[in-house]
Ligand binder design. Structure first.
Ligand code: ADP
Ligand code: ZN
Ligand code: ZN
Length: 764
């Protein structure tokens, strides 16, 4: 063979052909990485996917410069999945390659591991007397003193002797310290300059590598669980995909463990997908106790080095038998895959939003299983989807027989599902009975729980202090200069933040519109909830879990382990706490407000609200006794609230089903969103109209828009969106061809040279 087709990490949907120099003829092979030059000055690491003898006629072929691997890094089954993702989600194969391979395997000249900066006390100050000297020294620099004390608290100084502390102090990142103390990096730098603190770098994810786990015996299943287990195995004989619909705390995880065990006994591998990092900590510990070092873990908070190691191990003669991972784990190589478990299959974080490929890991997992073998004599791996609240599409597929369906309607040991009490906050506000965002009932129940030595969770799906700042007099609201959104107030950091682009702003002292000095936060974020509950329940030991408090992997683990060990007894959080966490002692869950979820302008709003409420509620009363949920809302009569209170998933599903069918939404059609972005609003406006018109020629009334999306400018780019509603059974490959053609024709127009066009297929 004299030519090789290569995938390069560029956003283009084609393979590139390079010549194979004679001295490399022996070393080239499918799946090996090569170094090639591209364009006048770029060098890339590409991957060989085909060898052939067809000389390209339209351009001059360059030679491969170097073959980087002795053995292939990619299996054929992986490439089949890449290809499917590229086609189905309309993302360039180069983007799929970029998203699939760990960074360390794509870099041209080695790679720099990502590191985090940690802070520690310098040696001279690691004892009581000198520490007091230091504190006195800082008396005249209150900000530095505050930051310094924060560091001591976080590292555990104030509750253990300095001796113990030296052996076992908590490792603190600079970021954590800044978040906790509300200081900036210059204050911390001053402390470093004074020689009190010092910084050190640690590769992201390298800390806290668990040592030899203590193995535990697998727990025997209860009769009901055993029956579900048998049904699943039976279902696998007939269907490739099976849904395990089991209420929260019914023991789905225990069933997974038995299923995994069975695969391992038959020398097959298992891929266990989880939606988010927050859960992997607990799930990791649970699986590690059973599978020990046969379990490998793979997700984005792990270091590149670790991810490269796992990738290579999976190709070796001694791979992990079980991989627990977030969505990108579908891209790992597997040599004997037997089963894929997608836990919490309804989770929207399974869908990658940005950058491309915008794929759904559940669909990718199903396709991975389907495309895994080409040889018909070996059975395809099976897929088990598990959840207490299936998403509409999955449940529909299970009900119509496309997937198998196994149900578990009882919690382990017959404990009842939590009682959900609705509190009508509109009425209470009217009667001036609310204490900030809290109703008297909620406060009373939380207080009682804590007094009994139990724990409570407060859920509010907004982070920060207040979702917006508002002028009391004229109603002016500060907005992001780069995005079409209002800014969120973060009090501990003393700034306004854009949750779309991350840009931060000073808090204005007066309203630029009317000069009024009274600017007030409107609404409640988790930060404010925490602050207010501290005043009301000063004896509570509180921790908060949201994006702001969990920037590092350590922070996650610490918050979760503090709460499970009882060091804290009141956990406040966003949707991060709604998922899969298993705490035995939580008797009360408070949902501060369900209204934000209900009022989303989206056809999935009720579906998401149902899932969220049911999942958060599921954290209450898991061991030994029935839990209580206080659900605060201004809309107590909305159907979905009633359905979730009565745990009536079937009625909920039927309601949704008739609505979706009447208005033609998934699962009764396919949706594709076409997004266009450009710096200039008028350019994107005309471009989107033109593209809309072109598409209408072929697709007629299946095309809706263009419209401005709810947030119509992000990071200085204006956005337009076209919607394609395609009936089930339509020839999708053809649809994609037409879309690609229309895009190509558009982009030939010079005016649109810098227009970005991309697709969101099966949007959430
Ligand atoms: P789910 O995954 O459905 O939410 P879990 O598997 O987390 O449920 O089970 C809830 C709790 O009950 C866990 O603490 C789990 O250890 C316990 N549990 C469930 N099934 C069993 C069993 N067969 N034997 C012992 N404990 C069990
Ligand atoms: Zn004003
Ligand atoms: Zn912004």
């Amino acid at each position: 063979m004299s030519y090789a087709d290569i995938i390069l990490p560029v956003p283009l949907n084609s393979l590139f052909t390079y010549a194979i120099p004679t001295d490399m003829a022996e070393s080239v092979a499918f799946g090996k990485r090569v170094l090639v030059s591209f364009g006048p000055k770029n060098h890339y690491v590409g991957i060989i996917v085909r060898l052939h003898d067809n000389k390209p006629t339209t351009y001059k072929v360059k030679p491969i410069e170097q073959v980087l691997d002795d053995t292939p890094l990619l299996l054929e089954s992986q490439l089949r999945l890449w290809q499917w993702i590229a086609d189905y989600y309309m993302s360039p194969i180069g983007d799929v390659y970029k998203g699939a391979l760990p960074a360390g395997l794509k870099a041209e000249d080695g790679y720099k591991p990502r590191t985090e900066t940690y802070i520690r006390l310098t040696l001279p100050y690691q004892n009581e007397p000198t520490l007091h000297v230091a504190l006195n020294m800082l008396a005249r620099a209150p900000r530095q003193q505050e930051a310094f004390i924060s560091y001591l608290t976080l590292s555990g100084w104030d509750n253990i002797s300095s001796e113990e502390w030296r052996n076992d102090c908590a490792e603190i990142t600079r970021e954590e310290l800044m978040n906790a103390s509300g200081t900036d990096s210059s204050t911390i730098n001053q402390l470093v300059k004074r020689g009190l603190l010092e910084t050190y770098e640690v590769e992201v994810g390298r800390l806290n590598l668990n040592t030899e786990p203590h193995l535990e015996n697998i727990k025997p299943l209860s009769d009901i669980q055993q029956e579900a287990y048998n049904q699943i195995l039976f279902s696998f004989m007939k269907k490739d995909v099976t849904l395990l619909h089991g209420v929260t705390s019914s023991g789905k995880t225990e069933i997974y463990i038995h299923l995994i065990m069975r695969e391992l006994e038959q020398h097959r591998q298992v891929l266990f997908l989880m939606p988010e990092i927050a859960l992997t900590v607990q799930m990791m510990e649970r699986l590690q106790r059973v599978f020990g070092n046969r379990l490998g873990i793979y997700h984005s908070k792990y270091s590149d080095a670790e991810r490269v190691e796992i990738w290579q191990k999976q190709l070796s003669g001694n791979p992990y038998d079980v991989i627990l991972g977030a969505r990108s784990a579908v891209f790992l190589p597997f040599q004997h895959l037997g089963l894929i478990i997608v836990d919490e299959e309804h989770e929207t974080s399974y869908k990658q939003q940005d950058p491309a490929p915008r794929y759904h890991a559940r669909s990718a997992a199903i396709m991975l299983a389907k495309l895994y073998n080409t040889d018909a004599s070996t059975p395809a791996p099976k897929v088990l989807l598990g959840t207490a609240t299936p998403c509409m599409e999955t449940y529909h597929n299970a009900k119509t027989g496309k997937y198998g369906l196994v149900e578990l309607t009882q919690r382990y040991e017959g404990i009842e599902l939590p009682e959900i009490q609705i509190v009508d906050t509109k009425d209470l506000q009217h009667r001036k009975m609310m204490n900030g965002p809290f109703s008297p009932l909620l406060l009373a129940r939380v207080r009682e729980a804590l007094e009994r030595g139990e724990q409570a969770i407060l859920f509010q799906n907004r982070r920060g202090w207040a979702p917006m700042l508002e002028c009391k007099q004229c109603g002016w609201v500060p907005r992001c200069q780069h995005c079409d959104v209002s800014l969120t107030l973060h009090k501990s950091m003393n700034q306004l933040t854009c949750h779309y682009c991350g840009y931060t702003y000073q808090i204005p002292t007066e309203c630029p519109a009317c000069g009024c000095k009274q600017l007030q936060g409107r609404g409640y974020g988790t930060e404010k909830i925490e602050d207010q509950i501290r005043d009301i329940l000063p004896e509570a030991r509180i921790s908060r879990m949201d994006l702001d408090t969990t920037r590092t992997r350590n922070a996650y683990e610490r918050i979760i382990s503090d709460f499970s060990s009882g060091r804290t007894n009141l956990l406040i959080g966003t949707q991060m706490i709604s998922k899969g966490l298993d705490f035995g002692n939580v008797s009360v869950v408070g949902i501060i407000s369900a209204d934000g979820m209900l009022n989303q302008p989206d056809f999935r709003a009720y579906e998401h609200a149902y899932m969220m409420i049911a999942q958060v509620s599921g954290r209450a009363g898991r061991k030994g006794k029935r839990g209580l949920v206080i659900l605060q809302t201004k809309n107590p009569d909305v159907s979905v609230i009633q359905q979730v209170v009565h745990n009536d998933f079937k009625t909920f599903y039927n309601d949704m089903k008739s609505e979706r069918s009447a208005f033609n939404y998934p699962p009764y059609c396919h949706l594709i969103y076409v997004y266009m972005k450009h710096k200039k609003d008028d350019v994107v406006e005309t471009a989107s109209r033109e593209l809309g018109a072109r598409l209408r020629q072929w697709f007629g009334s299946r095309v809706l828009g263009p419209d401005k999306p709810t947030v119509s400018r992000v990071k200085t780019l204006s956005i337009r969106k076209l919607v394609l509603k395609l009936e089930n059974g339509i020839d999708m490959p053809r649809v994609r061809q037409y879309l690609a053609l229309a895009q190509e024709q558009m982009l030939q127009d010079k005016r649109y040279a810098s227009l970005q066009v991309y697709y969101d297929v099966d949007p959430l």
